[in-house]
Design a protein around this ligand. Structure first.
Ligand code: UDP
Length: 307
């Protein structure tokens, strides 16, 4: 099979490239390096079944493919807010281009949607049926409204042109190969703790997130893509932790003597987040297997080696 993976040099995308190469498929990886890193794919460059195109999905792409995975959009609030109009364009123009490509190729297309589409949720945990609570004019709007618009486009192409779509709403994901400079909590806290720098908790640290290890998410994406289910499915780990708990766990695991310092909570930062994964269990028989405890050990190990 020929598989196009946009955002393939990113954290999650590069694991998908590896996964399909190992299965013997041909992978065409597209990335514009806004948040992707060549080092994530450098080990694949000599593989005859791997090809790389440096391109932006906002521009027309013409490749032959059977499957398309769209992961092309920075997920780090710091990076996606750096150029909000470009973030929104990536989600809208990029999705239209890829959906047109799927239509021309008769290809199945996967959209990496996000828990961000639930905004600051009024329902907890969040099931797929929850419509969300999003500030359309806030600083996160470029990403969460962008991703919501992308979902709208996917379902309009599905209804109007019968494009074969799959949509996963991916909750916070972490693991080895995360960028150390994109400001995400897990990478920030591990780097700060390993260096003995202050660990920066935003707000009072009582707000929560739920973190899934990257291998579990890759497994869920592949299972969803291979299923017949065309509606959005949450993929995430329902283990929920407060930001304070995460700081304590990481400081302890790294044997660090870092102090915790409190900084202002970023605008519109959701106060809690936890996936309801009953649909994923029912439809694709999927649930995460790697605990936060084990996943963190593997991730800390990787960051230690990098240092
Ligand atoms: N966060 C924090 N300190 C940091 C980085 C992030 O307290 O150094 C908080 C952030 O405000 C948010 C949570 O950790 O409440 C998760 O942030 P991240 O950027 O990883 O992902 P998000 O879920 O907000 O997209």
């Amino acid at each position: 099979m020929k598989i196009l993976i946009t955002g393939g040099a990113g954290f999650l995308g590069s694991y998908l490239c590896e996964y399909f190469i190992k299965l013997g498929h041909f992978v065409i990886c597209v990335d514009n390096f806004i948040s992707g890193d060549f080092l994530n794919i450098s080990h694949l460059m000599d593989n005859a079944r791997f090809s790389f195109i440096e391109a932006d999905i906002c521009n027309n792409l013409d490749v032959e493919c059977d499957y398309i995975f769209n992961l092309a959009c920075p997920a780090s609030p710091v990076i996606y807010q750096n150029n909000p109009i470009f973030t929104f364009k990536t989600n809208v123009f990029g999705s239209i281009n890829l959906l047109e490509l799927a239509k021309r190729n008769n290809a199945r297309i996967f959209q990496a949607s996000t828990s961000e589409i639930y905004g600051n949720p009024g329902v907890h945990p969040q099931p797929e049926s929850y419509f969300g609570n999003v500030n359309s004019i806030g600083v996160r709007g470029c990403y969460n409204e962008g991703k919501r618009s992308a979902e709208t486009l996917f379902y309009d192409f599905f209804r109007q042109f019968k494009v074969d779509i799959r949509v996963a709403r991916i909750f916070n994901t972490y693991g080895p190969r995360m960028s150390s400079v994109d400001g995400r909590i897990i990478s920030n806290f591990i780097c700060q703790a390993l260096k003995g720098d202050d660990v920066t908790v935003y707000g009072d640290g009582s707000h929560t997130r739920s973190f899934a290890f990257v291998d579990d998410i890759v497994d869920g994406i592949v299972k969803l893509m291979e299923s017949d289910f065309c509606y959005p499915v949450n993929l995430g780990n329902p283990e929920e932790f407060s930001i304070n708990e995460i700081a304590d766990i990481i400081i302890k695991k790294t044997n660090s003597n870092s102090n915790i310092v409190y900084k202002e909570l970023p605008e519109d930062d959701p106060l809690r987040r936890k996936p309801d994964i009953s649909l994923a269990k029912k439809i694709i028989d999927w649930e995460p297997k790697i605990s936060f405890n084990n996943g963190l050990d593997k991730t800390i190990e990787c960051f230690r080696k990098r240092f």
